[in-house]
Design a protein around this ligand. Structure first.
Ligand SMILES: [Zn+2]
Ligand SMILES: [Zn+2]
Length: 740
């Protein structure tokens, strides 16, 4: 008798172990296969982890595997190992990691390949012409024949009577065939010719392709507009020539449509696109094209790093500084870390690319970093065609206020916008807050309208005349009188995208404004429609949040305005300066990408701040030097590791008590381990947002010296989280994506 050790597809601590099942006669199982097994009173899917000849249980009690889902492993051996590593590294259940490796359609017996009936034209050449001549009066039939001339068509889309007649005459045959659902992004764009490389690009390509034999890890640091994509394309092409495959990760497919269409334009059917906006069916079809070796280049957001490719030659992580590469729910993996690992396994070339690399990544290029952690730095210092970087001007908003200018536009930005519109160019205005006014407050007593479910102020949205909570989505009408003192002096403060849009309309009648933020992009393909209208010139001013900051390339944009640069500067997060620098540098980089030079106006209340000044000078090195020194002084990551357990509960005291209990237990553990000097901070405190979606939040916050045994501490924190009392949810976060 042979047995299969199976992990069942149920995410719970209690079943996070292998269960043994007997393999029925005639069923050939391998690790990585998906099976159906009996589990208590129900049947579940499960992943085969191992096949053995023995079983410790009483053979009479071992139940048999009921069914094999597909006759090939759904998880490749390499990815099985990766899942196991993730289980250790991210302290998640093994099944949580395994689930990431397959499309959801494969689970729960939902899938089915869609097969459809297609009509096919059976006649060609003279026979076809003769047939047409003989059937001149059968108009409907001839229409159908015309349609089929350019390719097979699903029978469901054709006139049934005409089809039947044609089938009878032998002119058309009908066959049953699998239908593949092709995602929209793949359907457009024809093959694009190769542009000429700049010397810097050529050197980068040479170094990277040269490393394809041995593998290697690189940071490609190129200023905005330096043509990183072209370097990626050449590297991928070389990898394919060598019979290998490639993965390209982008932060969000919807926000980087150009990158996707460039890649697709160059690799055509060799490319597969994976992202969350695909329907389950599309995702499954793309996955199968990859698994079968039909698609050799995979482009996708975070989870595409798990694509079932074999013999990977290169993995590219574009805009590597984006926080979206880190998952903010279980398993809390970091796609860059997975990329690092897979590249090692395949002896592939790993390229992390950015104009504004994260501090932690750039630090890995410095001397003295151990070879196994080191990245080789490749720089692209010039823009393509030697275009200059845009000129950036800082405007001190305090001066505007003194001059009596109460508008959200400084004189400088207003006049630049006027010139831009007068000369027939386009402008982008960036403000990192959606809605109209960011908070509503009483002028008499200072009362601020907050969400009843969350400890955050509500944002006024002009559309619908509502106050809206950006964390839970709750809405309420704006108050006429102050709920606290009854005064009628209610004022709206702080600007968001809607207000900027309204101001542009009011002050510049010739502007044709579009707005791109979370509110205007809810419908499928809305992003694309807004960008298409801007590209065609139908609109000439694009107002947006960080959605417009990255990857966009519009030749007619000569002016970029950053309406409020310091908005993100003072968030309670050690990365707030880094994020501000990245956002301003990236958005400034949208200007002057064709032959017209670009201008950028950055409005700020804090023009002396190094984050804003370095961004204005587009001087990454200067920023890096200053910021990394600050991190070192304050012992923030990468000089330390932050880990926290967030306790959430409906009852006000429950979360607090749980956090305080955990703090005591953790203190005792640290003492017992004798690792006090490795713990820089350990305290229970209310989370920065203490009430969210009606639940109270406390945290056990820890900051560990970078030499500490982070894994041991994390395991202990996870154990404490698992012991949280009834009614309290506890979640461990190592390197939290955000600190709210
Ligand atoms: Zn009041
Ligand atoms: Zn809320």
């Amino acid at each position: 008798m042979r047995y299969a050790e199976v992990i069942v597809d149920l995410s719970a601590e209690a079943v996070d172990r292998r269960f043994s099942y007997a393999i029925p006669e005639g069923m050939a199982l391998e690790p990585g296969m998906l099976v159906t097994v009996p589990f208590g009173p129900r049947t579940l899917d499960g992943f085969v982890i191992r096949v053995t000849d023995h079983c410790d249980l009483d053979p009479a009690k071992v139940k048999p595997v009921l069914k094999l889902q597909r006759d090939e492993p759904v998880v490749l051996g390499e990815l099985m190992d990766l899942a196991d590593w993730m289980h250790q590294r991210y302290l998640c259940n093994l099944v949580d990691a395994l689930r990431l490796m397959i499309p959801s359609e494969l689970r729960g017996g939902r899938v089915r390949e869609v097969s459809t009936r297609f009509a096919h034209l059976a006649l060609t050449g003279e026979a076809l012409e003769a047939f047409i001549a003989q059937n001149k009066r059968a108009k409907r039939q001839l229409e159908l024949v015309e349609r089929l001339r350019s390719g097979d068509v699903e029978t469901a889309r054709l006139d049934a009577a005409a089809l039947k007649a044609l089938e009878k005459k032998g002119a058309v045959t009908v066959c049953q065939r699998e239908r593949r659902r092709t995602p929209r992004a793949l359907s457009d764009e024809s093959r694009t010719p190769d542009p000429t490389l700049m010397p810097g690009q050529a050197r980068a390509v040479e170094r990277l392709t040269g490393a394809l034999e041995t593998g290697g890890r690189f940071l490609l640091h190129g200023v905005t507009g330096s043509g990183k994509t072209e370097v990626y394309i050449r590297l991928i092409r070389r990898a394919l020539e060598l019979g290998r495959t490639a993965i390209v990760l982008v932060p969000e497919i919807a926000l980087t449509p150009q990158m996707v269409s460039w890649l697709h334009g160059r690799f055509g059917a060799d490319a597969a696109v994976l992202h969350s906006a695909l329907s389950a069916g599309e995702r499954f079809d793309e996955w199968r094209r990859i698994r079968s070796g039909e698609a050799r280049v995979v482009i996708g957001a975070r989870s595409a790093i798990f694509a079932p490719l074999e013999n990977i030659g290169c993995i590219i992580v574009d805009e590597e500084h984006e926080s979206s590469y880190q998952s903010d729910h279980r398993p809390r993996y970091d796609a860059r870390e997975i990329a690092w690992r897979r590249a090692g396994t395949h002896r592939a070339v790993l390229v992390l690319g950015s104009a504004t690399p994260s501090i932690a990544t750039y630090m890995r290029t410095e001397h003295g970093v151990r070879p196994e952690n080191r990245l080789e730095l490749i720089e692209l210092r010039q823009r393509v065609k030697d275009r200059p970087l845009p000129e950036v001007e800082l405007v001190d908003l305090r001066g505007e206020f003194d001059k009596g200018n109460r508008s959200i536009f400084s004189e400088k930005l207003a006049s630049e916008l006027q010139t831009c519109l007068d000369t027939g160019h386009q402008a982008m205005l960036f403000i990192n807050r959606r809605g109209h006014s960011t908070f509503v407050s009483c002028r008499k007593c200072g009362y601020v309208v907050k969400c009843a479910q969350c400890d955050v102020s509500m944002t006024y949205h002009q559309s619908g005349e509502l106050l809206r909570c950006h964390y839970c989505g709750a809405t309420q009408p704006p108050p006429r009188r102050c709920p606290s003192c009854g005064s009628a002096y209610i004022k709206y403060f702080g600007a968001g995208t809607q207000k900027v849009e309204a101001e542009v309309r009011r002050l510049f009648p010739q502007a044709r404004v579009a707005r791109m933020d979370n509110d205007t992009t809810q419908r499928k393909d809305a992003h694309q429609q807004i960008l298409d209208a801007f590209r065609s010139g139908e609109t000439n001013v694009l107002v947006g949040t960080q959605m417009i900051a990255k990857g966009l390339d519009f030749p007619k944009v000569t002016l970029v305005g950053v309406v409020a640069a310091d908005m993100t500067l003072n968030l309670p997060d050690y990365r707030s300066v880094e994020r501000t620098f990245q956002l301003i540098t990236q958005v400034a980089g949208r200007a002057g990408r064709a032959d017209e030079p670009g201008r950028v106006v950055v409005q700020t209340y804090d023009p002396e701040h190094y984050g804003i000044r370095c961004a204005a000078m587009q001087d990454y090195r200067a920023f890096y030097t200053r910021e990394s020194a600050n991190r070192r002084l304050a012992l923030y990551p990468p000089y330390s590791v932050i880990a926290r357990v967030v306790f959430t509960a409906r009852a006000p005291e429950a979360a607090e008590n749980a956090a305080r209990e955990a703090e005591k237990a953790m203190e005792a553990w640290v003492e017992a381990q004798g690792i006090r000097e490795h713990i820089l901070q350990l305290r229970a405190a209310e989370a920065p947002i203490g009430l969210l979606r009606g639940e109270y939040r406390w945290q056990l916050f820890t900051k560990l010296y970078f030499k500490a045994d982070t894994e041991a501490v994390a395991r202990q924190l996870r154990a404490l989280a698992d012991q949280a009392p009834e009614g309290v949810r506890a979640e461990l976060e190592v390197d939290p994506v955000n600190m709210i």
